[in-house]
Ligand binder design. Structure first.
Ligand code: FE
Ligand code: FE
Ligand code: MG
Length: 162
């Protein structure tokens, strides 16, 4: 990033990069949880659930890219080793061991709720500083809010499905 671009960040850049790497680790784990969950899913409304989960997987992947690119702009290095995802994650990884669609939805709703709080806290941490990062985080948060809603609507449909 250029001189003026760095100057307007106005936060402890090292701390910010660390927080963004934590969010990046969450996104990779969320990506995989959705991606593999979509593949193994079985049961009621299997087609719809699989479609939604794999769409969310792609969106979590995009979030990972947005975060990694911003980390680089800020002069940092995106997490290099997958083993570090587990050390840095805020939301953890909930393995889709039970492929039942309803169980998967409940697991992923929990994940989205954690993602929403994580981004909310990050945005609060920034306050009105580093509005470039702030803008990216708000866009991601909007997606996470939509993800939670999509999954909750699907879960309601599934409960009334005969
Ligand atoms: Fe995400
Ligand atoms: Fe999400
Ligand atoms: Mg969706």
């Amino acid at each position: 990033m250029g001189t003026k671009g760095r100057e307007i960040v106005g936060v402890d850049v090292k701390e910010l990069i660390n927080l963004l790497n934590k969010a990046l680790s969450d996104e990779w784990l969320a990506f995989y949880q959705y991606w593999v969950g979509a593949l193994v899913s079985k049961g009621k409304m299997h087609g719809e659930v699989e479609k939604e989960l794999s769409q969310h997987a792609q969106e979590e992947f995009q979030h990972a890219e947005i975060l990694a690119k911003r980390i680089i702009q800020l002069g940092g290095t995106p997490v290099i080793k997958p083993e570090d995802w587990y050390k840095l994650t805020n939301c953890g990884y909930d393995a889709p061991e039970d492929p039942d669609t309803q169980k998967l939805l409940i697991q992923n709703i929990k994940g989205e709720q954690c993602a929403i709080s994580t981004y909310q806290k990050l945005i609060e941490f920034l306050g009105n500083r580093d509005i470039v990062t702030m803008h990216l985080l708000i866009e991601i948060l909007e997606d996470e809010v939509e993800h939670e809603e999509d999954l909750e609507v699907l879960l309601e449909d599934l409960k009334s499905f005969k």
